[in-house]
Every structure is written in C-alpha cells, then in structure tokens.
Design a protein around this ligand. Structure first.
Ligand code: SF4
Ligand code: SF4
Length: 361
C-alpha cells in the first residue's frame, strides 16, 4: 500500500477541488490472454501501445487536472513488460487500482506491491461456471490461488465478480464466502454496448442472452441483501446509495442518476485517446487534455452525456452518483476506512481460502 501521509494529504486537497475529474480508467493495453464471453476485447486485439515514458507524461497531466483515482485495466494490463514501472509511478500520486483476470497476478506480484488495490475478477464459486464465463479452463483455480497469495503477502486484493443472470443466485453466498476470509468485494454489473455513436472508442461488452438479468425480483432482493451486509461489513466496496440506485433500476426501471461522463470520470485507451466513456468517440488526446478539459467543446459534450441512458456499467454509475464534492469526500472516507482496515489486518495470518469447491479441484 503506497498511502504515505504526503499522498493522503495531496488526495484530500484534490478531493475538495471543484470541476476536476475524480476517476480515470486507463486501458493500458488492448491485448488479453483470456476469451471471456460477453467481452469483445480479446476478439479485437491491437498490439499498438503507448511507451512507458508517454504513459508517465499522461499521468502527469491527470495529476495536474486533479484526478484522484486511476484504474489500470486492459485487456490485461499485466501483459505489459513495463507494468511495474507504471504502477509505481501512478501510485505516487493516485489511489491506484489494477485489474487482473487472475492469470498473472502471482507472476507479477512484486509489481503489485505498489498498487493500492488489486482487483481479481472471479465470477462464481463453481469452477466450471467461472471457467465457462472466462472461456479458459483452469481460470478459477488460478484466480483463487492468486487471491490467496496476494492476501497472504499483505497486498490489498479485492475480488470483483460481474453480476449477471448466470451467477445471480449465488452472489449472496459468494459474498459471504469472501467476507469470511476478510477479502473485500467490488461488484460489476453485466451491461453491454448499445452505443449509437459510430465512432465508439472501442467495444467491451456485446449483448449476450445468457448474461442479461431477467429475474429482476431476485436482483432487487440481492440489492437488499448487500445493503444489509454493508451495514455489518465495510469490506463491501459499494455505497448504500449505489445499491439503492441499482435496486430502483430493477424495481421500477428508474434511473435515479444523471451520467457524469467527462465530468467526474473519463477513460483513456491504449493509444492515449480520451473519451467520456468507452461507448463514445475519442474527444481529445491525453496530451492535449490540460486545455481541452476547460473548453466549450467539453462543456457541450458534458450536457449531451448527462442525458445519455445507454448503459448500466456499474463503475460509470458509481462515479456519476458520487459526482459532487460531498460525494468525493464520501468516497475518500470509504477508501481511507478501507485502507485502515488493510493496514490493521494481521499479515501473519494466512487467508485460508480453501473452500470445499477449491478442494475438489
Ligand atoms: S473481460 Fe477482461 S480478461 Fe476477459 S477477455 Fe475481456 S479484457 Fe480480457
Ligand atoms: S450513460 Fe454515460 S457512461 Fe453510459 S454510454 Fe451514456 S455517456 Fe457513456
């Protein structure tokens, strides 16, 4: 955990600055070693990437703009040979989270020691179901071993399931399982790209009937369950406000938030192109962002995006709802609370992740 006092103070100051982005997702590479269903990335791989030097200059721009949190994703960002250098540089200034599908975290463990959070994607406690979703045999076993290893080594690992119709009925048990082991959870919600923007920066999710949540009543009950669990356990990294918004979405089709793409969050792709979200066109290069951020063009795009209702990707909902200065304080409080939780954890105790399911494999 790279949460020095200097970094915490700098983040606290940036948190209170109005009109600056909070969250940036940087898809460092378009290469991936998995074949997940419901994802287009692995079918449209691209070997072109920014250099380490360019990425560091881009991170300098984000810091000057006042961004607080950077999520490094892909593809699989751990496929980059320079990922250790990038994580180390990013984590000096930002709350830095890095994603892995569970296949490379152990191999790159030394690089991950500098990240604030490492999110490992696991979708089921049933190995066969998980591997079906990931499109790779053995993915579940590798991911569970990675979580166990990282937790034992004192690295702040979180498990990140994507909630879909395929795993809806097991998410409560899944949550209890990891909470009992002291492993925090950050949820994703299955969504797909239905953009009308022909210049969509790139596609992530395609429509897949297997994943679309059809049992809305069960989804509502799951939200109630998670709201209740959150009261007792701070290791559920979702705010009650978000869970209530998701509940409203499934209960009465109500979107109780306005999208804040290009206000509170935006994304950067593997070539340094910036878009409000991945479903829209690139609107600037990361290297031109200092000027573009305050431009008339960006202001008019913000208005357009605030009326957009084309997706339900949970991270975009999260950073839309927590879009005010108050929201930023709330997120900072939650993250600091979590950081303290991690720091308090007795790192001499093993995580004991061996489940009856794991034993059977
Ligand atoms: S969901 Fe992630 S790990 Fe799976 S294919 Fe897509 S980019 Fe790769
Ligand atoms: S709702 Fe927001 S995040 Fe989703 S497609 Fe529209 S602008 Fe993008």
């Amino acid at each position: 955990m790279v949460m020095t006092l200097e970094k915490a103070a700098s983040i606290a100051i940036r948190s209170l600055t109005p009109n600056r982005p909070y969250h940036v997702q940087w898809m460092l590479t378009r290469r991936c070693n998995y074949n997940c269903k419901g994802c287009d990335v692995w079918q449209e791989q691209d070997g072109r990437e920014l250099s380490s030097w360019e990425i560091k200059r881009g991170l300098d721009v984000l810091r000057e703009l006042g961004a607080i949190e950077v999520v490094l994703s892909g593809g699989n960002p751990l496929l980059r040979d320079d990922i250790d250098e990038i994580i180390e540089y990013a984590s000096r200034s930002f709350i830095t989270t890095i994603y892995d599908n569970g296949s490379m975290a152990v191999e790159k463990i030394d690089a991950l020691r500098n990240a604030d959070f490492v999110a490992i994607s696991i979708d089921s406690l049933d190995p066969a179901r998980n591997d079906h979703i990931k499109g790779v045999k053995g993915a579940w076993k590798k991911a569970m071993q990675a979580v166990e290893k990282l937790h034992d080594e004192g690295i702040s690992v979180t498990v990140s399931p994507t909630i879909s119709q395929l795993n809806l009925y097991e998410i409560a048990d899944f949550t209890r399982f990891f909470l009992q082991k002291g492993i925090p959870l950050w949820y994703c919600l299955y969504s797909y790209d239905s953009s009308e923007d022909l210049g969509q920066i790139f596609r992530i999710g395609k429509e897949n009937d297997e994943f679309i949540i059809t049992d809305r009543e069960a989804m509502v009950k799951l939200c109630d369950f998670l709201i209740e669990m959150r009261r007792k356990n701070g290791n559920i990294f979702m705010t009650t406000r978000i869970l209530k918004a998701i509940k409203d979405l499934y209960l009465r089709d109500a979107r109780t938030w306005k999208c804040r793409a290009l206000q509170n969050f935006f994304m950067v792709d593997h070539l340094g192109r910036v878009a409000g979200c991945h479903l829209h066109s690139s609107v600037a290069s990361i290297f031109d962002l200092r000027h573009a951020w305050h431009s008339k063009k960006f202001n008019s795009l913000r208005k357009i995006y605030s009326d957009c209702t084309q997706c339900t990707y949970l991270c975009y909902i999260f950073y839309s709802i927590h879009g005010s200065v108050f929201g930023n304080i709330k997120i900072a409080q939650e993250q600091w609370k979590s950081a303290k939780l991690f720091l308090r954890r007795d790192k001499t105790k093993p995580a004991n992740l061996t489940s009856p399911v794991l034993k059977s494999y």
